[in-house]
Design a protein around this ligand. Structure first.
Ligand SMILES: Cc1cc2nc3c(=O)[nH]c(=O)nc-3n(C[C@H](O)[C@H](O)[C@H](O)COP(=O)(O)OP(=O)(O)OC[C@H]3O[C@@H](n4cnc5c(N)ncnc54)[C@H](O)[C@@H]3O)c2cc1C
Length: 557
């Protein structure tokens, strides 16, 4: 099926070709690129900002894998299935947990240095929902920064790998059979390629990360605007589980007006024994769950939100004073520095914390080889929904998922094609021109979308709250159409393309969340407080209609 919708953008002014074009330079994208290069394919990585701008660099706690004595993939599988609340794809989880340990060892061979004890063994910590110490970490609480450093250094030392930074990918191009044939992109700044162009490639891999920026308060960096999901929807691909947004329970509270990326206080701080307390110093998680503060994230986020509501408080506290200065400095140097930079000293005072949008458990639907429902279009990392997270991601499974499924995409591509026989695909230019241009909202729409989403589709959701949010989003879309009709359209540029992507993803997310009339995993409905397996133990699959509206259909059982 040819692409039916595209962002409003000038026609490509330049074209280049490669075998595999990878969009995004986090753990997922760079792992695909390194692996297809090893097999001799030509590859190009296109990324929106600098190579290390993405969530990967910010990951603190670590990467989960059954590496410790006595731990097994089967136990990791059990914990993952419990967190996923009945919606994990068990085969996908089995793939993750069995291939995970070796994938981490290969990451170490690529150059990532994990923290080790005096005996040389990798140190492992615990996080919420894990019954064992199985989280490998680096630099204390700077795991993502070390993984990113190692992968960026590896890709930079391959002169055959083309890297295009500061380039926003817009839309997919297909051939006459509807097979991926490349993409359009906008390169910012001066260089060999400039302005809107096209990359022709028979394999396109989306590794664009999350969509936390659809909410006002998020741990995600500014680049996490859901571009990959929006592109996939416009390209006709199936997207699933969008309603399952994980809100991290312990994000440093910076005041009622704080917006954008906010500092995370990793679950590993609770893993090492910090307590969640209210303003009276009461440990309110004790007695709510057998793991108390280390219960799965959704349970902790809900308990914090509930306590905040009961007490009319804007935040709770995380108390790690008993760690002492030396432990804070050695084990959590990044968190210590970021709290102190905001005027909070965890050594001497409890840290004010509140939940914020953290992780998209859903995304572009893929099989276990990372293939989407559009032939030739792959997805991996946070943008993908492989089925491993179900209704709620288990802590530290995401870096692992990015690694494992990126390797599988590379294996799928290189197993089927030798460097010299990857079939060429000609872009169907007529279809590309015929695709309907989506009108662009003004750049200010971003903040309005975030406010609407946080108010009505955040940790607490109800039919009424989401109807308000949906109405606000519809109005923003109608205004964009009206501006086109009045011949006053917003300029096509990065801010307006991102706003269009945020608007589409937010609309799709709210539509799915409104439809799912139950509480499950990280989707919490105040008006449907129970899990309803009879009706809802199934996925919602989202597509765009011919008119460009997202619709979600419950999967057949
Ligand atoms: C603060 C924080 C802490 C976390 N801690 C952990 C942890 O301890 N353990 C764990 O497992 N997970 C953790 N996570 C989640 C994990 O970091 C992410 O899920 C994972 O890094 C995602 O990797 P990725 O490669 O899919 O995407 P990212 O690393 O987000 O990379 C996405 C890339 O796509 C690019 N991009 C996006 N849109 C476009 C476009 N239109 N055109 C071109 N390029 C584009 C971006 O610039 C970026 O390079 C954490 C996340 C955050 C935010």
């Amino acid at each position: 099926m040819p692409v039916k919708h595209r962002l409003t953008a000038p026609a490509p002014g330049w074209t280049t070709t490669t075998d595999v074009v990878v969009v995004g330079s986090g753990v997922a994208g760079l792992t695909v690129a390194l692996n297809v290069r090893k097999a001799g394919l030509r590859a190009m990585v296109v990324t929106k900002a600098m190579l290390d701008d993405g969530s990967t660099r910010w990951a603190q706690g670590g990467i989960a894998a059954a590496l410790g004595e006595g731990d097994t993939p089967e136990q990791h599988l059990d914990d993952t299935l419990v967190a996923g609340a009945g919606l994990c794809d068990e085969d996908a989880v089995r793939t993750l947990v069995t291939e995970g340990p070796d994938a981490v060892r290969r990451l170490i061979a690529t150059g990532a240095a994990f923290d080790r004890g005096e005996d040389g063994e990798i140190l492992l910590t615990r996080e919420g929902g894990h019954h064992r110490r199985r989280i490998a970490h680096a630099g204390g609480d700077a795991t993502g920064a070390e993984i990113s450093r190692a992968l960026v250094s590896a890709v930079r030392s391959d002169p055959g790998l083309e890297l295009i930074e500061h380039a926003l990918v817009l839309d997919l191009l297909t051939d006459a059979d509807g097979h991926a044939a490349g993409l359009t992109l906008h390169v910012m700044g001066e260089g060999q390629h400039d302005g809107v162009g096209a990359v022709r490639a028979p394999a396109v891999v989306l590794a664009t990360g999350g969509m936390g920026q659809v909410f006002s308060a998020t741990t995600n960096p500014a680049v996490s605007t859901g571009d990959g999901v929006a592109l996939a929807l416009r390209a006709g691909a199936a997207v699933t589980d969008l309603e399952f947004v994980q809100f991290h329970p312990t994000v440093l509270w910076l005041g009622p007006e704080a917006e954008g990326q906010q500092p995370l206080v990793s679950e590993a701080v609770r893993g090492e024994g910090a307590h969640l307390v209210d303003a009276d110093g009461v440990r309110f998680m004790v007695g709510q769950h057998e793991l108390a503060e280390l219960a799965p994230r959704d349970i902790v986020a809900k308990a914090i939100t509930r306590r905040m509501q009961e007490q009319g408080a804007e935040h709770m506290y995380l108390d790690g004073r008993h760690f002492g200065a030396a432990m804070w400095e050695q084990r959590f140097p990044t968190i210590l520095a970021s709290c102190r930079a905001h005027g909070v000293d965890p050594v001497t005072e409890p840290i004010p914390v509140a939940p914020a949008a953290h992780y998209a458990s859903g995304g572009i639907r893929t099989d276990r080889h990372g293939r989407t429902t559009v032939p030739g279009l792959y997805a991996c990392g946070e943008v993908a929904c492989t089925g491993v997270h179900g209704a709620n991601r288990l802590a530290s499974n995401s870096l692992l998922e990015g690694l494992v499924f990126a390797e599988r995409i590379a294996a799928d591509l290189t197993g089927r094609h030798r460097a010299e026989d990857l079939p060429e695909r000609s872009v169907d230019v007529t279809a590309a021109r015929a695709a309907q241009p989506v009108p662009l909202p003004p750049s200010e729409a971003r903040a309005e979308i975030q406010r609407l989403m946080s108010r009505g589709a955040g940790v607490l959701r109800s039919a009424a709250s989401m109807a308000d949010t949906a109405a606000g989003l519809t109005m923003l879309a109608e205004q964009a159409y009206a501006h086109v009709a009045e011949e006053k359209p917003a300029d096509p540029r990065v801010e307006t393309w991102e706003a269009a992507n945020l608007l589409l993803v937010a609309t799709a997310l709210v539509a799915a969340a409104a439809q799912r009339e139950e509480t499950r995993g990280c989707h919490w409905r105040e008006d449907f407080p129970e899990r309803d397996d009879a009706r809802w133990q199934r996925h919602l699959i989202t597509h765009l209609t011919a008119a460009g509206d997202p619709v979600s259909t419950p999967e057949e059982r």
